[in-house]
Design a protein around this ligand. Sequence first.
Ligand SMILES: [Zn+2]
Length: 577
Amino acid sequence: MKKRVYTLYRVSTLGQVEKDDIPMQKEACRAFAKAQGWEIVKEFSEKGVSGFKKSAKERDQLQKIQQAAMAREFDVLLVFMFDRLGRRDDETPFVVEWFVKQGIEVWSTQEGQQRFETHVDKLMNYIRYWQASGESIKTSIRTRTRMEQLTEEGLYTGGVVAYGYRLVKRGRINKRNHEVYDVEIDEKEAEVVRLIFQKYVYEGYGAKRLCNYLCEHNIMGRNGQNIPNVSIVRMIKNKSYTGYLINGKVETACPELRIIEPELFERAQELRQARKREKGANPVSFSSQALLCGIVFCAHCGNRMSLTSSTRKRIRADGSVVREKRFRYSCNYNVRHPGQCDGQSGYGVTKLDDIVESVVRMKFAEIRECSRKKLLEEMHSKERERIKQEVRRLEKELEIKRQEQEVLKDETIRVIRGTSTLDREMLSELLAENKAAVAQAHEALQAAKAEQQSLEQASEKMRRDCDDLFTWANVYDSADFAERQAILHQFIQEVRVGRDYEVEIVLMVSLEEFEEFKAHSMVSSVGKKGQMDLKQAPKTVDCDSNAGIVIVDEISDDPLSILPKNTAHARIAYCER
Ligand SMILES: [Zn+2]
């Protein structure tokens, strides 16, 4: 009896259908069957199904063939190439193996019979399918690449256009002769995007508060409804606002599409990360009453203090009643566990805010004394120069060792030829030594390069931090409440307050960074004001609100300003980097 054959012809994409290679597969299979003396009883063909995207279960034809196999309706499954059977590397071998286990021979006109007899067979099959799968991925990549190419050329390739942009027709024609769209900035929407970033970065607004704010100001989305906070979060994350067309992994700079300056965008990302970290631990970080809400901690029990308010009735001399709302930073732990925290249960918001602000103003005055240009120029400059030299030296060393290696290799050849004066043993010793030296030099170079890179990154971070500090220092005095609040939250890591307003302020700035400031402050002030010295710097501050505070700086450890009524102590500390 002739073997009964089922065939399956398949083209994987519509693009391939246009070329229509099924007749070719058909011819090849028919010729192959004839040569083998088989009889084709049924032919199946699938068009426009990419084996890569559809799993076997979803493919009707393959299912029909499987059912027929179980019913023993045929003996051989013949395909043109095995990749016609399916291209999903995770399942194809199992599909083929399944047929083989049903007693069906699986053949390809190009690759012969598919066996699953030995481990090697299995392995070979996996490799073959893996390659086929690679092909499929390549096809998929090719179509995607065309889109990405267009993106690379700065052209719009479809999809919803982000808020802040709109589509226009500029007469660009595609291959199919259709006029296609381009993207441009929608000024009205772009204004809203800018507002969102401004509020987010400089005024400490979160997505929820921004959502309310926009709604209150009747700023609506495209559908005429309010802009939900998830959309705001998406906008904050959307890099295309800095002037990019983005499609998958391809980003193309399109400066004409810039709505947000890259620095502002970066800042927003840093804030977003920082807020994400604090989420949960710090639910209310901004309030319209307290500057420091969310960063005040009880110095006695270490817990974060929350904002509480109480209303007091006051009867004026004329008999009229005034209700006053007073805000306090309260230690909840102290209130809930009496006797367990030996601090005060709370501290007046106005008083604590004043103390902290006076210290901050003093610090900002110090910063303003410093020559920004010089600071930025000299930042880490010595270290950077040192590591640059080091890298250069190690590169040279490695080069020398490698040259030596070449010489030794040449010498080896001479030893082999018998024309060298060195003996084999000595040469191999030298070679081993050299090998070790090369490895060592290579390692040292890598280490130095890594150090160089991390130093560059640190410098970059510091440069941005300094930019921030200068900005804050310059605008603080004229800033409104919300802006001051935002600046304080970025400048101060935490405020620890204890009994009798013993305050410790931990700045977000590292001691190293501040030392740089101080160094440049002194350099720059010598020429101008004679012997201007940091310890006197606070005196240049208008310190009305400062009265009665003793400020001790971690750097000097000497009290910086002692005033007669010292009702509070403030100590400045720096964060550790
Ligand atoms: Zn406490």
